[in-house]
Design a protein around this ligand. Sequence first.
Ligand code: NAP
Length: 304
Amino acid sequence: MKILVTGGSGFVGYRLCEHFISGGHDVEYTYLSHDCSIPGAQGKKLDVSESKQVSALSVGKYDAIIHCAALANVDLCEKDHALARRHNVDATDNMLLLAKGQDAVFVYVSTSHVFPASASNRAYTEDDIPSLSLAPNYYGRTKLEGEILVRGSGIPYLVLRIDQPYYWKKEWHKDNTVTRTIAKLQAGGTATEVVDWFNCPTFVPAFCELALKLLSRGKQGVFNAAGPDYVSRFDWAVKVAEIFGHPKESVLPVSAASFNLSAARPNILLDSGRAYSVAGVEHVGLDSGLRQMQKEWGRGETGA
Ligand SMILES: NC(=O)c1ccc[n+]([C@@H]2O[C@H](COP(=O)([O-])OP(=O)(O)OC[C@H]3O[C@@H](n4cnc5c(N)ncnc54)[C@H](OP(=O)(O)O)[C@@H]3O)[C@@H](O)[C@H]2O)c1
């Protein structure tokens, strides 16, 4: 397949590119401010919120367009609605227009934040239809607007909702709970994580395999694509400490109320079993994901 990945310089997009390349696919990616090089792929600078720049791309013929680029900083989205709308809604519209011209499958990487907090820990499945009026924060609202544009576009699509993606990061990527905890504990300090934020952490290599398998099997539609566990950030960090050989007491609990953040962080339980089963891909839980990372660490990975 000839695949275009927007946001290939981003934390998730970078690994998607690597995975598609290792599967023998022809990959092009875009970046905005981080001119990174991804061996085996061709990168180009592109602001996906600029319709003229996007339409100029249509010289190539893509089988799939993976739209990963977004403003994923929830607090910045809350503070600057216009910016969030430009990067998350207008940009999606631009990319959909391009996909229509290319006859390509459109893969939209979305988020659990399209839903409000789970009531009584009830899991959301793909049968639950999120509503704009209930979006928990502005980021979630703009990502849901993007989903709605994709669903109404009339072209073949996959919407894949993830939550707290984790794996090794490149220097320019922001930390995730795993890399942050490892970096703090390796430096001999303590790590602090929130006890009352719950997530379904998504192991990025499993997500990349899921995306490729769904595409190559010709599957379409909306899928929850997060990990199988529902844990607090604190319990997650304690697991990291244990698996990477640090005392669990080196992780200290903190409550969300001690931060003064702009955006709400709802506790959202996603049932993502359907996607992994349809794709025939292992739904990798925290223990397995962290153990794989620990082995890679032993082989010299320094991504924290
Ligand atoms: N991280 C999470 O916790 C999380 C959770 C759920 C869903 N998601 C979704 O997963 C996807 C990937 O997120 P991520 O964690 O990989 O985010 P990230 O590391 O912040 O990467 C964002 C990517 O988007 C690019 N980008 C942003 N605005 C752009 C624009 N106007 N034009 C072109 N490129 C632009 C960035 O380019 P430069 O870096 O080159 O500027 C970067 O490649 C997003 O769609 C996000 O909504 C993320």
